[in-house]
Design a protein around this ligand. Structure first.
Ligand code: ZN
Length: 156
């Protein structure tokens, strides 16, 4: 039984995430703590690394660079496609989200960046790509993962 966070720990945290201007991007406030399996890349690498060795009751702040977060903005994931591509969608507006199948079969989220007549600018970058992530973390609980959780790579 290990009480400090290491590989194969199941960790519960409360978190608050802000950008560099102090805008709240996400938070576990008024929700159950977020649970993740440490070492399984369930969360961004910069946050996972910062949690290593922490224990229940610890609180800390960490700034995560895009490199260690959701990546830099990749210009090649931004492109203009014709309106016809969106068959069956009545209204296309800036900010809308779609799921598309990538060539390798994985699901890719794209969002509409701009609408200019029949030219739709779409962006396949994560919405937080290129953003520095400022986390406030409180570690709530640490326990060992079960064998099943380890083999699945996520918390049950
Ligand atoms: Zn599972």
């Amino acid at each position: 039984m290990s009480l400090t966070i290491q590989n194969k720990s199941v960790v519960s945290i409360h978190y608050k995430l802000q950008d560099n201007d102090g805008n709240l991007l996400d938070s576990s406030e008024n929700k159950d703590p977020m649970k993740y399996l440490h070492g399984a890349q369930n969360i961004v690498p910069g946050l996972e690394n910062a949690l290593e060795g922490k224990k229940a009751g610890d609180t800390f702040q960490i700034k995560v660079t895009p490199e260690e977060g959701y990546g830099e903005v990749q210009p090649n994931l931004i492109g203009v496609i014709p309106r016809d591509t969106f068959k069956g969608v009545d209204k296309i507006e800036k900010g809308m989200n779609f799921q598309a199948e990538a060539p390798d079969g994985s699901v890719q989220h794209i969002f509409v960046k701009e609408v200019n007549g029949d030219d739709i600018t779409v962006d396949g970058n994560h919405p937080l790509a290129g953003v520095e992530l400022n986390f406030d973390i409180e570690v709530i609980e640490v326990r060992d993962a079960t064998e099943e959780e380890v083999s699945h790579g996520h918390v049950h």
